[in-house]
Design a protein around this ligand. Structure first.
Ligand code: NAI
Ligand code: 13P
Length: 326
């Protein structure tokens, strides 16, 4: 039995809580909001973030961070990328120094361009860390459906150990050494899923959707490599694997946000779509690194109101013809 603490009572934190509590680990989830804590402890439900799923008895929640961190061996940080700095500033001091911190957010911090691993390393130098990413919808994982993900750490031995500790009978973790490549794939696929959703929502067809996924993958590979990721990582579960999942299913909140964009629907009540916060900084990073990333730039332009979806499609189609591979 391992002692897990989970920071964040949203969909993904609750799903991972289900997974490890069911596997027999001591699993305590820290959530800020009292309603979420009460719902998990009293009704075995997280009606707001993970409706329709009965949570296991072994999963408990608390709004007391010290209680959650008490002798924790693994601490999963499962808050949105833009909230991670604040969460670490509030809770970092309570994390036992030898606990493995596992970063689960998929995004880039807007103001600084940092990935989660950089945020954690700067705030908590010396803390062992791993990054968990890959194709994995919270509801699927909470239901115990088969899932395969990547777990990356700088040291191979730590990555192997993390993969062993975080795998269960249904949740298969592949160890990797390329932390940046894994984080880049997870962040960029969300931006590209907005584009894929918008294309489908606008009624442009399955062929256009496939074109966006494929050309989007070219951008993910180019920018991911410029940021320091290895080519093979970007074609793995956390890159191509998650891109395919997120760009093809309305279960994805990013794809669903894109659908609403394409249809011209109101987007104010939609769930978290990390790509909305990552698009602009991703476009800026691409520019800084001299990377041609027209789909990412177009998503950023649509979100900032500089372009509508029809004009964006026209300008993508009007780009000069070029070789597919150069
Ligand atoms: N939902 C999914 O299927 C998956 C989500 N992820 C990633 O996990 C991250 C979190 O996503 P979800 O849980 O789905 O989002 P969510 O919107 O369902 O929940 C986010 C939770 O974080 C909490 N939170 C925000 N700031 C906090 C802070 N400073 N301290 C404590 N709690 C705080 C919120 O109260 C909320 O409970 C995102 O980066 C997402 O891309 C990754 C894989 C799957
Ligand atoms: O990251 C995910 C699946 O791997 C979840 O995608 P969404 O955040 O778009 O729902």
């Amino acid at each position: 039995m391992t002692r897990f603490a989970i920071v964040g009572g949203g969909a993904w934190g609750t799903a991972l809580g289900c997974l490890y509590a069911r596997a027999g680990h001591r699993t305590v989830l820290y959530a800020r909001d009292a309603e979420t804590v009460a719902g998990i402890n009293r009704d075995q439900r997280n009606a707001r973030y993970l409706p329709g799923i009965e949570l296991p008895d072994g999963l408990t929640a608390t709004s007391d961070p010290a209680e959650a961190m008490d002798r924790a061996e693994i601490v999963l940080f499962v808050v949105p990328a833009q909230s991670l700095s604040v969460a670490i500033a509030e809770l970092g001091g309570l994390v036992p120094p030898d606990a493995l911190a596992v970063l689960c957010a998929k995004g880039i911090e807007r103001g600084t361009g940092r990935f989660a691993s950089q945020i954690l390393t700067e705030a908590m130098p010396g803390q062992p860390l791993a990054v968990l990413s890959g194709p994995s919808f919270a509801a699927d994982v909470a239901r115990g459906l088969p899932t395969a993900v990547t777990i990356a750490a700088g040291e191979p031995a730590l990555a192997d150990r993390a993969a062993r500790l975080l795998s269960t009978e249904t949740f298969r973790c592949y160890a990797a050494g390329d932390v940046v490549g894994v984080e880049a794939g997870g962040a960029l696929k969300n931006v590209l899923a907005l584009a894929a959703g918008a294309v489908v929502g606008r009624g442009l067809g399955a062929s256009a959707q496939a074109a966006i996924i494929t050309r989007g993958f070219v951008e993910l590979r180019r920018l991911g490599a410029a940021l320091g990721g290895r080519p093979e990582t970007l074609t793995g579960l956390s890159g191509l694997g998650d891109l395919v999942l997120t760009c093809s299913s309305p279960q994805s909140r990013n794809f669903a946000y894109g659908l609403a964009l394409g249809r011209g629907d109101d987007r104010s009540g939609l769930k978290l779509a990390e790509g909305v916060f990552t698009a602009e900084i991703a476009a800026r990073l691409a520019k800084q690194h001299g990377i041609d990333a027209p789909i990412i730039a177009t998503v950023a332009a649509i979100l900032s109101g500089d372009r509508d979806v029809d004009a964006a499609v026209q300008s993508l189609l009007a780009r000069p013809l070029k070789r597919e591979f150069d």
